[in-house]
Design a protein. Structure first.
Length: 139
C-alpha cells in the first residue's frame, strides 16, 4: 500500500468498509506525534514503556533510558522550543518494529531556528515504545 511518499510494509492490517484498519504500532506513532505537537508531556510519556531504552547509534553519548530521562529530554525540548512541531513524513511497520521518518522544527527562545530530520526505529509492545534508535540530525 502506498501512504504519503513511501511504501508501508505492514502498517495497515485489513480492509474495512470505510478504508483500512491501522495496526496498534501505527496508532502509537500517531499518538506520539499528536502529543509532540500539542506539547503534552504526559501524553507523550504515556507512549513509552517504563523501562524504555533510547539509543543514538551515531552519537552514543546521547543515549537515555526510562521515563524520567524521556521526561527531562522532552520537557527541555518543549521549554527551549516553544513552537516545536513534528511532521511525520512516512512510517512503516513490520511486526513489533516501526520505522518513522520525521522533520522536527521550530524556533529557539533566542530566535535561532531549530530543525532536525531523520528516522527513528521503534520497538513497540503492548501499545508502548520499549526501545528506539534515533537517527535524527540537525538541518
Amino acid at each position: 500500500m502506498r501512504s504519503g511518499r513511501c511504501i508501508s510494509i505492514d502498517s495497515w492490517t485489513s480492509r474495512t468498509q470505510g478504508g483500512m484498519m491501522k495496526t496498534s504500532q501505527s496508532i502509537v506513532i500517531e499518538r506520539l506525534q499528536q502529543a509532540q505537537n500539542a506539547h503534552d508531556l504526559e501524553a507523550l510519556l504515556a507512549c513509552f514503556a517504563p523501562n524504555f531504552q533510547g539509543n543514538h547509534p551515531l552519537h552514543p553519548e546521547r543515549g537515555f533510558q526510562g521515563i524520567e530521562d524521556a521526561r527531562k529530554n522532552w520537557s527541555t525540548m518543549f521549554d527551549n522550543i516553544p513552537d516545536f512541531y513534528s511532521e511525520l513524513l512516512c512510517s512503516a511497520v513490520e511486526g513489533n518494529t516501526a520505522w518513522a521518518e520525521w522533520y522536527w522544527f521550530g524556533t529557539h527562545r533566542d530566535g535561532s531556528q531549530f530543525g532536525m530530520r531523520g528516522v527513528t526505529i521503534l520497538g513497540i509492545q503492548a501499545d508502548q515504545i520499549e526501545w528506539a534508535r534515533l537517527y535524527m540530525e540537525p538541518v
